[in-house]
Design a protein around this ligand. Structure first.
Ligand code: ADP
Length: 571
């Protein structure tokens, strides 16, 4: 049955019964009222008239005219108020006897009148008794009907009170619970309401919605599973090692390459924290150490008896969750990019450069020696043109020798074959040696070189003398190269807390700030300059200084000169 019908029937019936109750109540009250009125008008009045007539009869001897009038008036009223059986005859008798009495009054006749009056009174008294009995019965009937209907109303009200809230509240409660379940993605949830049609319709609609959501979920789930498999296959086939960590550093993903290089099985890693795994695994320990600040140097790992090089990258995973606004970190992905092929190429190139430059050195030196012999004119006099030619051959030979020397230095640094002879060196001696080496070059451009020593006599640095002088030479020859004629170059040596800083300042054309980092890269030359150079000098200098645990840098602005500096630790 419909809830609406149920409500209409319940409340309607209750309403009807209440109306009926009030109708019955008022009917009975009216009936009681009419009964009482009847008693009053029909019987009480007759008794009153009779009583008045008796009183008039008593006064007839003393005041006959008034009493007779009074008697007659009451007798007329009584004649009009004949209600009881036998009252009419008694009243007729009374009138007859009174008329007779008035013609010839006697005690017997008066007595007869009194008897008539008593008869009328007793008839009415009986009438009152009878009518009072009827009123009692009416009252009892009224009580019966009012109590019965009241009880029925009460029962219906109790039934409604017990049933209605339950019928409405229970399905709403169930529905609220089920909606919450659906919100928690429990799409198996169904509702079944007994009773009202409206709730049955609601349950049907809810169940259809849940079914569709379930269908949608399972279809998207299988799609998601498919996508997950695709991504897993992709990640597994990568040559780079991938390790996924959640925000608490639990490992939730690891690809085959990562398993290969860590030498661990999947079940030994998945679901464990990286710290747990790191206890027995050097590589994971190393990676964890660098997790906040990934290592710049490639990591060397030996797998399958072969050296492999990996570049470490940490990718934070930040997402904005549904309904939220701020980004939240939910983990990291450690990516170890396999750069072994590039490294191998780099090694091959370095070895090639080393071999070539080494092999070239001897013939170039021989050429230079031959040129010098010719220049000395031991094998005959040379004309001016021939001498010019020899001079240029000598310069080019020297340049070739410088280049092969730099290339050799670089390859030594890169292959790690460089051998440093660290000793306590006097900064002053190093500076003077470097100045001596570039004196001739400076003279050509009429450039003066001055040195300032802000160090104590006993401030020695821990360095490889020759390599450091080589770096200073490189700085000085660059400064000369990039300075104009007749300018000056200054060298400052100053003591710092636990180190000594060597600065070479020129007043040349300076370097744009955007190139400051790159000029220390191999083969880099500031664009737009056509100089005779290799772009290797500063790269080698950086390597030499860093190998000596020092620091190298530049401060320069275009057209304001440059200061190249390096810092070496105190001995
Ligand atoms: P190069 O053999 O070309 O001199 P370097 O590595 O020594 O190679 O220098 C790299 C580049 O840095 C140079 O090509 C030059 O453009 C710039 N550079 C180096 N020193 C100076 C300097 N003192 N003033 C201006 N530019 C300089």
């Amino acid at each position: 049955m419909k809830l609406k019908t149920k409500l209409t029937l319940g409340v309607g019936l209750l309403f009807l019964l209440i109306v009926l109750l009030s109708v019955i109540g008022s009917v009975y009250i009216n009936k009681l009222k009419s009964d009482t009125e009847k008693i009053l008008t029909a019987n009480y009045n007759s008794i009153e008239f009779s009583k008045n007539m008796l009183l008039a009869l008593d006064k007839i001897a003393s005041d006959s005219a008034v009493a007779i009038k009074d008697f007659r008036k009451n007798s007329i009223l009584q004649e009009k108020n004949l209600t009881e059986f036998g009252e009419k005859e008694a009243t007729q008798n009374l009138n007859l006897h009174f008329r007779d009495y008035l013609q010839r009054p006697t005690v017997e006749k008066e007595k007869m009148i009194r008897e008539d009056l008593v008869t009328i009174m007793s008839l009415n008294m009986k009438g009152i008794e009878r009518k009072s009995d009827i009123a009692i019965i009416t009252a009892e009937n009224a009580t019966f009907w009012i109590v019965s209907l009241g009880t029925v109303c009460f029962l219906i009200a109790v039934v409604l009170l017990v049933n209605l809230p339950q019928t409405i509240a229970e399905p709403i409660k169930q529905l609220t619970f089920s909606i919450r379940q659906i919100a928690d993605k429990n799409y198996n949830q169904r509702v079944h309401f007994k009773g009202s049609e409206e709730f049955n319709d609601l349950a049907r609609s809810f169940n259809i919605m849940a079914e569709k959501l379930q269908e949608y979920e399972s279809s998207t789930l299988s799609k998601q599973l498919m996508d997950k498999k695709r991504i897993e296959t992709l990640v597994n086939n990568m040559h780079d090692a991938v390790i996924g960590l959640d925000e608490h550093h639990y490992i939730y993903m690891i690809n085959d390459e990562a398993l290969k290089i860590t030498n661990l099985k999947k079940e030994e890693m998945i679901g464990k924290t990286a710290h747990e795994v790191a206890v027995n695994n050097d590589l994971i320990r190393e990676l964890l150490k660098n997790i906040e600040n990934p290592a710049k140097e490639p990591i060397k790992i030996v797998t399958d008896h072969k050296e492999n090089y990996f570049e470490q990258e940490i990718i934070p995973i930040n997402i904005v969750k549904t309904g939220e606004q701020e980004k939240k970190n939910i983990g990291k992905v450690i990516l170890l990019r396999n750069i072994t092929p590039f490294k191998e190429l780099d090694f091959a190139k370095t070895n090639f450069i080393a071999t070539i430059s080494h092999e070239l050195k001897t013939p170039i030196s021989a050429i230079k020696m031959g040129v010098q012999l010719l220049e000395n004119q031991k094998f005959g006099i040379l004309n001016e043109q021939q001498q010019e030619l020899l001079k240029s051959i000598n310069e080019d030979g020297q340049r070739l020798l410088d280049i092969t020397g730099e290339l050799l230095n670089l390859s030594q640094v890169e292959t790690g074959n460089i051998r440093l002879q660290i000793e306590s060196c006097n900064p002053k001696e190093m500076v003077q040696s470097a100045i001596k080496n570039v004196e001739k070059l400076a003279e050509q451009k009429n450039i003066s070189i001055t040195a300032r020593y802000l160090t104590g006599d006993h401030d020695l640095v821990s360095a490889d003398f020759d390599k450091t002088v080589w770096v200073m030479n490189n700085f000085l020859s660059n400064a000369i190269k990039h300075s104009f004629q007749e300018e000056s170059i200054s060298i400052t040596v100053e003591r710092q807390a636990s180190s000594v800083r060597f600065s070479i300042t020129d007043t040349g054309k300076g370097i744009d700030e955007k190139y400051h980092r790159q000029i220390f890269d191999r083969y880099f030359q500031v664009p737009g300059e056509h100089q005779n150079g290799t772009g290797l000098g500063l790269a080698i200098s950086k390597n030499f200084i860093e190998k000596q645990h020092g620091e190298i840098g530049v401060k320069s602005l275009p057209d304001q000169g440059s200061t190249f500096y390096f810092v070496l630790p105190l001995a």
